[in-house]
Design a protein. Sequence first.
Lengths: 112, 114
Amino acid sequence: DQQVKQNSPSLSVQEGRISILNCDYTNSMFDYFLWYKKYPAEGPTFLISISSIKDKNEDGRFTVFLNKSAKHLSLHIVPSQPGDSAVYFCAASALVGGKLIFGQGTELSVKP
Amino acid sequence: SAVISQKPSRDICQRGTSLTIQCQVDSQVTMMFWYRQQPGQSLTLIATANQGSEATYESGFVIDKFPISRPNLTFSTLTVSNMSPEDSSIYLCSVVWGAGEKLFFGSGTQLSVL
């Protein structure tokens, strides 16, 4: 039972354009959502989060959108840079600091 | 953020042997978590390690296969016992840290079992 799903295993974007990574979840109890970025041979690093009381959170080039009715969140990266090339995981929990359930990851490739 | 050192970074092991992975944090933390990422899969929580008590294992993971130690507030080990090729994965140590209680990860241990 995959409670958090990232249906696109990979995404290729041109440098300077927008990257949109999508994530769907099934558990309506999830209240807190995070995005992590992972480079090869490194552990995941926290990128941005959003709680269910918001529908948008922005941090520099990164914006996360949450649509609770659709149980869907997305990460927008604008403008995309080659250094953004990595695997991006979305994660969800029922409370802040609670157990995280991760998606399968989307590998983003930003081409110069 | 917390600095998490994990070793070994990678290992190649023979079937039937055991490997102990160490995780050191530069600050005292109440809970430490061990995750596994099988090839092409998501990160899956193996267990939560609390200092001074038995680890709490998630469904599908048992103490005999993945014994965990937590001798103090900055250190933990995970042992992968009686390994088989299906145990080939990245194993990650993590802690909750800071305002908002975000999860921080070590660099991981890439394990290959032949």
